[in-house]
Write a protein that binds this ligand. Structure first.
Ligand SMILES: [Fe+2]
Length: 400
């Protein structure tokens, strides 16, 4: 039987079924586990979590109303803890939220790097450091989804794997919201996104950092990262859903993926989400052997890959990142090329853009901001354009 108790009544030996309050504060890799360490209880209280559900069939039952020992009261009382202020600042302009997202990404990237290094050295995952990143990403998504998704897309060669982890985490959470998943599934999707490529920590670095395309033999080695990651997560007591995302994010609906060659319904929803978020972030990132694809162009291309993704989930993914994500190059009905700089609240098809190039004159023109959602505006987007075709580089300058 599960019962709700105050966090200050938690004791070693109880089986934690679920933590109360917003999951943004949760410091653990897993949600349900046997409390074996007094420090875990301390962490719960320090995270500002006031209530928890315990499963009395799997561990100690509630204590009868006896008072905790005096020395524990000081450590465990929640009353004096200030109400944690999450997301307290008012949401700023697009520029301000992009600035906030950049600052966060730089810090998060370092923490993910540390986690990879620790796993490489055979150490365990420091969930207290890593899991709060997922909560912060959730908070940034609530503030301004486009800002965090666009910033996380930008990577350098050196930090690719770490920023990719942050980006996939953000994409997973945003997709989970659009799919209407509950808080717990959303949290698992986020953690799974952050950890999905952890197995790469155990792959030879010369292959991972190879500046060119991989040979067949090297590719066979890299293909072992899902199992390697799943094993690390298993060892660290991660939730089965998180392990599943790491193990199956390279599966394809038609059965041609790896490592298990699973088909459609045998791939869990979270793993199907992982496959989409992983590929989208990989193709829209610059790699030593390929240029970054334009985001809107990537969505259009991915939609044509038959048998790779779950079509229904993909359609919702497109909505979650926006049909024309920030940074996309688009062709306007007034024969101009423009870069999407801010989504519209009302319509995915009518973002704010900066036009900068005349298609007819084939020449740059003075940059002009156009809000396509303004009722008086009769300019529309005709479709995405491939920046390579036009020889454009660093379109980021228009929105970053
Ligand atoms: Fe992967």
């Amino acid at each position: 039987m599960t019962v709700k108790i105050s966090s200050s009544d938690l004791r070693v030996g109880m089986y934690l079924h679920k933590l109360g309050g917003s999951w943004l504060k949760h410091p653990f890799l897993r949600n349900s586990f046997l409390l074996e360490d007094q420090n875990d209880i301390k962490r719960i209280i320090q995270a500002g979590i006031k209530e928890a559900w315990i499963d009395e069939s799997k561990g100690l039952a509630r204590e009868s109303k006896q008072k905790p020992k005096q020395e524990q009261i000081e450590e465990l009382t929640t009353e004096e803890l200030p109400e944690e202020i999450v997301n307290d600042e008012p949401v700023g302009s697009m520029d301000e939220e992009i600035h906030r997202a950049r600052k966060f990404c730089n810090e998060a990237k370092e923490q993910v790097k540390e986690m990879f290094n620790e796993v490489r050295m055979g150490k365990s995952i420091d969930s207290e450091k890593i899991v709060p990143i997922v909560g912060e990403i959730e908070m940034l998504i609530q503030r301004n989804t486009s800002a965090i998704l666009s910033v996380a897309r930008l990577k350098t060669h050196d930090d690719y794997t770490y920023m990719h982890s942050v980006a996939v985490c953000a994409l997973m959470i945003s997709l989970a919201h659009h799919l209407g998943l509950d808080e717990e599934q959303t949290r698992l999707a986020g953690i799974g996104g952050l950890m999905h490529d952890l197995g790469k920590a155990l792959m030879p670095t010369d292959i991972l950092q190879k500046p060119g395309k991989l040979t067949d033999a090297e590719f066979i080695t890299v293909k072992k990262h899902p199992q390697a990651g799943a094993a690390v997560l298993q060892k660290n007591g991660a939730d089965p859903e998180v392990i599943d995302i790491a193990l199956h994010h390279h599966e394809k609906i038609n059965g041609s993926g790896y490592p298990d060659g699973l088909t459609s319904d045998d791939i869990s929803l979270l793993a199907r989400m992982g496959a989409i978020c992983d590929v989208y972030d990989a193709v829209t990132s610059e790699r030593p052997y390929k240029k970054a694809w334009d985001p809107a162009y990537a969505l259009q291309a991915m939609a044509k890959w038959a048998g790779h993704f779950d079509n229904k989930v993909f359609a919702i993914f497109v909505k979650s990142v926006g049909i024309y994500p920030v940074g996309s190059l688009v062709r306007l009905s007034n024969k101009r090329l423009a870069v999407v700089v801010e989504p519209s609240v009302d319509s995915l098809l009518k973002p704010k853009v900066k036009s900068f190039f005349s298609i007819t004159a084939k020449a740059a023109i003075p940059v002009k901001i156009i809000d396509l959602a303004t009722p008086s505006c009769n300019v529309t987007i005709e479709g995405p354009e491939n920046p390579d075709k036009w020889g454009f580089k660093s379109l980021e300058r228009f929105w970053l």
